[in-house]
Design a protein around this ligand. Structure first.
Ligand SMILES: [Cu+2]
Length: 143
């Protein structure tokens, strides 16, 4: 019977197709994973509670956006550095919980400020006219 013959041929093709599918998942990863930085290790020689540093980078192509929209810092003195390689002037302002501090506005340069921050949520944004509205804002979480 012709019809049956075709059906069998199809089945054979399907089976062959299935057999050729060779997915090798288990890629035994041999990465060095034991190197998790100790979370609360006292920084040697410090003056009580090391200051933390966070960095925010303006889009190098000149778009009105940060490359980071969420930053995390430790409570205490926090240095916020803003890198701006673009030709558009930017600054960064940190605001929240009674704090409102900003860097100077720079073009093709970086600027930083150090503020004493308690645990909580802060906003950071570019105070240059219209930039925050365009999307240059984010959240700084202090723990
Ligand atoms: Cu800006």
């Amino acid at each position: 019977m012709l019809v049956l013959g075709l059906a069998l041929a199809c089945l054979a093709l399907v089976a062959a197709g299935c057999g050729g599918d060779d997915n090798n998942d288990d890629n035994s990863s041999s990465g060095a994973q034991g190197n998790s930085a100790g979370s609360s290790e006292p920084a040697g020689g410090g003056g009580g509670g090391g200051a933390s540093k966070v960095k925010v980078t303006a889009d190098p192509g000149g778009a009105l956006k940060w490359e980071q929209t969420a930053l995390t810092a430790k409570a205490g003195k926090v240095t916020v550095t803003m890198d701006n390689e673009s030709s558009v002037p930017h600054a960064v302002e940190v605001e929240g919980n009674g704090v409102e501090e900003e860097t100077k506005t720079v073009t093709g340069d970086s600027a930083s400020l150090t503020v004493d921050l308690k645990a909580g949520k802060y906003e950071f944004y570019c105070p240059v006219d219209g930039h925050r509205q365009a999307g240059m804002e984010g959240t700084l979480t202090v723990q």
